[in-house]
Design a protein. Structure first.
Length: 132
């Protein structure tokens, strides 16, 4: 395996694994999602909403990211995933500026993860685009 193959593989699998982990946690322990930031999901309706939004969105992204590169629409899905992660990271930074405070844990870890996912997905998107 060449360095380029390894980089391509990482750019494909790292985001998919991250979204799969979020889906697994959201499905099996939905109260952990808001709990990470001191919130709660005390009702069945709140936990259902977390499962639907976080797990549902994450599973759709996993499916799109693991599709073979030649699958119609895959490049667009990768671009959307890239843009979503970049927007989350930038919005988190803007919130820090608005609050005049740097993020603590776990927000700083999520900021780093979102930025890393955006970079990996940008690399994957460049690889998926047809030449010319």
């Amino acid at each position: 395996m060449t360095a380029a193959d390894l980089a391509s593989s990482a750019a494909r699998w790292f985001p998919a694994a991250s979204y799969a982990a979020l889906a697994a946690v959201s499905l099996t322990r939905p109260a952990l999602v808001p709990g990470v930031f001191g919130g709660s999901a005390p009702t069945a309706a709140a936990r259902t909403e977390i499962r639907a939004v976080y797990a549902g969105t994450s599973l759709a992204l996993v499916r799109a990211l693991l599709a073979p590169p030649q699958t119609p629409g895959r490049a667009g899905a990768v671009r959307v995933a890239r843009d979503v992660n970049a927007a989350m990271a930038l919005t988190r930074l803007a919130s820090c500026v608005a609050q005049r405070r740097l993020p603590g844990r776990p927000a700083a870890a999520f900021l780093a993860l979102e930025a890393a996912l955006a970079v990996a997905l940008a690399a994957e998107h460049r690889r998926d685009r047809p030449a010319g």
